[in-house]
Design a protein around this ligand. Structure first.
Ligand code: ZN
Length: 243
């Protein structure tokens, strides 16, 4: 894995109930009375609920054995992580991996003012500022392009130059884009595996710009452009999205 799995995990967790499960960004949190198990699925990880008698296979790294089932971590590329945060060291939100994360897009505090405050003085392009996750988490490469299209903002505009009204539109666009994606089940889940192991489910986002280079904009008909920013592809409509 990305970091060694704590060797004392079995002793730490034996007979301890999971009190709650939640998430910050892409970090899954299993909350115990004495600490938090932090799990990240990396590039290729999956968590599956398997029966007590299902033998581990190649690339299965961790089993959390419950009373009637096993929670099994499978990760062929091993970019994932399994970490332990003891309660005695303070709230898990202060963990170095979580402390720098922006707020969740559906957090009531997330709005245009929040974005505007965070982008103030920043010369980095708005697309990269969104993707960095320091202002808001959850806006990955697809959703950054889609949100900027929806808000009518050129992805190359320096983040600090985006006006407050346009930040308002962008915050609304981020929420709307993610809500649409959630409603349709996600976007790039080519190797998606459900929690009980059902394979092959594939949901395609109805992208307005993403991976549509050269195709007509759904609003104005201009060809969608592809550029590279920070080694990531960005798609936008040069007519609908303004500097
Ligand atoms: Zn257009």
């Amino acid at each position: 894995m990305r970091w060694p799995i704590p060797a004392d995990l079995p002793a730490l967790l034996a007979d301890r109930p999971v009190l709650a499960t939640d998430r910050r960004g892409k970090y899954l949190l299993l909350r115990f009375e004495h600490g938090v198990q932090i799990v990240h699925l990396g590039m290729s990880g999956s968590l599956r609920r398997v029966s007590m008698d299902e033998a581990p296979r190649k690339h299965d790294h961790v089993d959390w054995v419950f009373d009637h089932a096993i929670l099994r971590l499978h990760d062929p590329r091993r970019f994932g992580a399994v970490l332990w945060h003891p309660a005695a060291t303070g709230p898990v939100e202060a963990h170095p991996l979580l402390a720098g994360l922006g707020i969740e897009p559906f957090d009531p505090r997330f709005d245009g003012k929040w974005l505007h405050d965070h982008f103030r003085g920043k010369r980095v392009a708005i697309k990269q500022a969104l993707l960095a996750g320091h202002a808001v988490v959850g806006v990955g490469n697809i959703y950054a392009s889609e949100s900027l299209f929806r808000a009518g903002i050129d992805p190359r505009l320096p983040a600090g130059k985006v006006s407050r009204p346009r930040c308002d539109r962008l915050a609304e666009a981020v929420r709307a884009t993610l809500a649409d994606a959630l409603a349709s089940g996600g976007s790039t889940l080519r190797d998606y595996v459900g929690a009980t192991g059902e394979p092959g489910a594939y949901f395609a986002i109805h992208a307005a710009v993403y991976e549509r280079a050269g195709q007509p904009c759904r609003i104005c008909g201009s060809p969608i452009r592809r550029i590279v920013q920070g080694q990531r592809a960005t798609y936008f409509c040069p007519h609908c999205q303004k500097r």
